[in-house]
Design a protein around this ligand. Structure first.
Ligand SMILES: CC(C)(COP(=O)(O)OP(=O)(O)OC[C@H]1O[C@@H](n2cnc3c(N)ncnc32)[C@H](O)[C@@H]1OP(=O)(O)O)[C@@H](O)C(=O)NCCC(=O)NCCS
Length: 180
């Protein structure tokens, strides 16, 4: 039996699973070096890399029921970026089996509140529909825009840890503290 796919609506966006039709928008976003400054600094060079990434996400949707979602502008139908919860089965910073919030947007759309709007809806989905106790997030210590988004959502900085040799900031938001 086919499962019902999550489909979330915010003021400006539809959040849905990423699909092949998003290839061109994802390429526009992920081939931009500025988008990748705080995320491994390795922008994509080919559409093949995007196709692999989408295939990897589809695997996560099947295995975990959730992964990063496309953020689609309701008026233009453009996929402006992605936002969503990734389920970690492998240990990271001494945690295992947890949900991590992530987001990424085309540079031309930064500073318009897109990440905050989409991530608020994703966090609400995590607490209300997945009933998780805690959502985590990680950022490069210098990624001030991302840290600002996390603080607007109510996340708390916990500590810095070593992520494959890179210092990385670890944040968390407890269900009990959400919306306070
Ligand atoms: C981090 C990122 C997702 C933020 O997305 P966004 O839609 O610009 O975020 P918002 O507009 O909701 O909030 C960003 C905050 O950054 C600041 N900001 C101001 N001007 C900005 C600009 N031109 N661009 C980005 N952020 C700006 C503001 O403080 C803003 O909050 P405020 O409006 O309450 O003052 C986006 O910059 C991005 O995609 N970066 C590349 C990928 C990345 O680093 N992802 C996060 C990995 S942890």
């Amino acid at each position: 039996m086919a499962s019902i796919k999550p489909h979330i609506e915010t003021k400006r966006f539809i959040l849905r699973e990423l699909d092949d039709l998003d290839e061109a928008d994802l390429f526009e976003m992920d081939s931009d070096p500025e988008v990748h400054v705080y995320i491994e600094n390795n922008p994509v060079k080919s559409m093949d890399e995007i196709r692999h990434a989408i295939a990897f996400l589809k695997k996560q949707y099947t295995e975990n029921g959730i992964a990063r979602w496309a953020v689609v502008d309701k008026v233009s139908s453009e996929c402006v970026g992605w936002c969503g919860l990734k389920y970690f089965r492998e240990p990271l910073n001494n945690h295992v089996n947890f949900y991590e919030l992530g987001y990424r947007f085309k540079k031309k759309h930064w500073g318009k509140g897109y990440a905050t709007e989409a991530a608020s809806a994703v966090v609400e989905y995590g607490f209300k529909h997945l009933a998780v106790d805690m959502i985590y997030a990680i950022t490069h210590p210098d990624n001030v825009n991302s840290k600002h988004v996390l603080s607007k959502l109510g996340f708390h900085y916990v500590e810095q840890f070593d992520y494959d040799g890179d210092p990385t900031d670890w944040f968390e938001l407890k269900w009990a503290d959400w919306g306070r």
